[in-house]
Design a protein around this ligand. Structure first.
Ligand SMILES: *Cc1c(COP(=O)(O)O)cnc(C)c1O
Length: 414
């Protein structure tokens, strides 16, 4: 019996798709005989393109922290006090209350923040509500923790808002939390104040936490400004997850945070905090000198750097949106307003049987990589990351257009 249980969990974990796994399979199916440069719009790492570059201020802060020779030792496992304080002050700028350094735990990127949140909430019989489409690290982490996953839909016709009726229908007394990603990956949406408030009120009614993945915080360039979920922390306790990775374009630095945005103290009980601290003893935290650089990175990065990133992302998303309108078998139901990715709906062609087939044939014939929607929970959609060099983005989408035209005419028997 025991053995059977173990085995079934192993299967569950091995069935969980990862974005990196699919992208590496797509890379392998590139046909070198086609003789064209490979353009990947699959992975969200803009640091690969020269138009996305971190600020020299951040690099100097890291170099200085390393060279001063004071940060070669272990840090406290929850993070250096000055690093925790700097994140607390930084996030408090946008909140109606002040976070304290004790509310902040320093992690190896937002990926680890996700795993901490899932590990802290998992217990036998519990379940968590995740968005569909979503970010598969949540499913992967939940499967390792044996935490049951239930999906609610994001509604494309409503700007990818959360289907709150579905949330209410899915939740029961064993539900621990609801996850939102805002600005959204994979959809590129940015939620309004009103919608975030309704999410908070729904979670409060259901007596569940909100996990707010704000790794794209402030990367908004459409109608709605970015509003952190923590603004509604007095309605419902919020676990705020974030990192330097996306806004500072340094995903390889592995510096993130797990923050308890709970001014009323519903969740932040001494016992809970003790348990989280113990768990961090197991993690050890990111490199001390990167942590030590963070206060200066936050302090000294000027607005112009952020504005430039936003301008470049907006320009890239416009190119993407305009180019997609020229392609008859692909539609974009909601123009991206933030983050670095957008979901596009595929109309299937006769010799293309689904989204994976589309992506594999596209890789093979055009040396362009995009992510099948199945990887983020939506079959027959694709996710395109537009955080790329504008000229390459245009070239890649031109190849997608030609690919679609070729397969459409094949379908017509031409
Ligand atoms: C990139 C990303 C993460 C992971 O961030 P890291 O800081 O690189 O670990 C988490 N959540 C979402 C939605 C992301 O897009």
């Amino acid at each position: 019996m025991e053995k059977g249980i173990t085995r079934s969990h192993e299967v569950e974990t091995s069935n969980t798709i990862t974005i990196k796994g699919i992208l590496s399979l797509l890379m392998q199916s590139i046909d070198e005989r086609v003789g064209r440069s490979v353009i990947s719009l699959g992975m969200g790492d803009p640091s690969a393109y020269s138009c996305f570059h971190t600020t020299p201020v951040a690099q100097e802060a890291v170099v200085d922290a390393l060279q001063c020779d004071k940060f070669n030792g272990y840090s406290p496992t929850v993070g250096l006090p000055q690093t925790r304080r700097a994140v607390a002050e930084f996030l408090s700028r946008d909140l109606p209350y002040k976070l304290s350094a004790d509310d902040v735990f320093i992690t190896c990127g937002c990926t680890q923040s996700i795993d901490v949140a899932v590990a802290m909430l998992a217990h036998p019989g519990a379940n968590i509500l995740l968005p569909r489409p979503g970010f598969p690290i949540y499913e992967l982490s939940a499967s390792f923790r044996h935490l049951e996953v239930r999906h609610f839909d994001l509604l494309p016709e409503k700007g990818w808002e959360v289907d709150l009726n579905a949330v209410e229908a899915l939740a029961d007394e064993n539900t621990v939390a609801l996850v939102i990603i805002n600005p959204g990956n994979p959809c590129g949406n940015v939620y309004s104040y009103q919608h975030l408030k309704r999410i908070a009120e729904t979670a409060e009614k259901l007596k569940i936490l909100v996990i707010a993945d704000e790794v794209y915080g402030h990367l908004a360039f459409g109608h709605n400004p970015f509003i952190p979920m923590g603004v509604f922390g007095s309605i419902v306790p919020v676990l705020t997850l974030g990192s330097l990775s996306k806004r500072w374009i340094v995903p390889g630095w592995r510096l993130g945070w797990f923050v308890i945005s709970d001014p009323v103290g519903t969740f932040r009980k001494p016992k809970t905090v003790e348990r989280i601290k113990k768990y961090f003893d197991l993690l050890g935290g990111p490199a001390t000198f990167i942590q030590a650089a963070l206060p200066r990175i936050i302090e000294e990065t000027d607005e112009e750097f952020f504005k430039k990133t936003i301008r470049t992302l907006k320009q890239a998303s416009d190119i993407c949106y305009d180019k997609i309108r020229e392609i008859s078998c692909i539609t974009c139901p909601h123009k991206p307003e933030g983050s670095m990715a957008v979901m596009l709906n595929l109309e299937l062609l006769e010799d293309i049987c689904d989204d994976s087939d589309f992506c594999f044939k596209l890789a093979k014939e055009e040396s362009v990589i995009v992510l099948p929607g199945t990887a983020v929970g939506l079959k027959n959609w694709i996710r395109v990351t537009f955080a790329a060099d504008p000229a390459l983005l245009e070239e890649a989408l031109e190849r997608v257009k030609i690919f679609c035209q070729r397969h459409a005419s094949r379908a017509l028997g031409a």
